[in-house]
Ligand binder design. Sequence first.
Ligand code: MN
Length: 327
Amino acid sequence: MTGAAGADPGRRFDVCNGDADGLCAVVQWRLHAPAPAVLVTGIKRDIELLKRVDAGAGDEVLVCDVSLQSNRGALQRLLERGATVRYFDHHAAGDVPVHPLLESHLTFDPRSCTSLLMDAHLNGEFRHWALVGIYGDNLAEVADALPCRLGEQDRARLRQLGEALNYNAYGDDEGDVRIHPARLYETLVRYRDPLDLMASEPLADDLIAARRADLKVAACHVPYWQDEHASVTLLPDAPWSRRVIGCLANQLARAQPRMAHAVLKERIDGDYVVSVRAPLSSPWGAHGLCSRFGGAGRAAAAGIDRLAVSDLPRFIGMLSANRWVAP
Ligand SMILES: [Mn+2]
């Protein structure tokens, strides 16, 4: 990658979210255009990745599945320094810079994701990897509708892999994850077909088992409070609970679809982190509830970064009284 001044062909940087969607988008691109590149990635909550890239004139930067809004300053700096940037993403973008060195592939369709954008760009060349990313981004219906010659069992395998890769990116910091996404990528990109990876590497089954083990520990925690409309589960602070909180909330929502569910995890300072799911049968009102405690999110799924212990009774009262209907 290095060379004499003047003969340097330019360096390459691949920047992606460390979840399934981000990794599978870069895997598709690098299988299509093999070349040495510096990978810049992290856990799911590391979103300001572009500022870690030290690229300049003649260098190429690929960006997948990180919000342009959160990285605009760093993007502008790279473009000004003369780097070429290819940007694939489906998060909030705000104003998209117009620059001759920027090639952007952006969508804000809630039924799309970065691996699907890459699949379209490459005309479905690595469709199986695209499916892993799309299933991993929790878009099973979109993935199911994407044509490919796989039988149901193989599709189910790709879905399992996507969900497990995605789960691996959750945690408060890099110490919480089983395998750092950068190491995971090195294994993934060795296979042109993820089904071959699953047949020959223990990695996929290890990740699937790890997710299952976390959910099993979580299932030992019976609800701290519930009525006929809602439940509250309290978890201690531990690596497994930092990984599982969102996943457990989704599982409870699927198990009792007519109820709302809140999962609270103790923070190191004694307060709580909260994950709220509206009833699946009426997926509205979660954002409204959480925003009254300084939280945010979407109508069906939202969260609170910090709920004071003293606010717990008030939170439970408002959860119980909340109306889970469209505004
Ligand atoms: Mn995504």
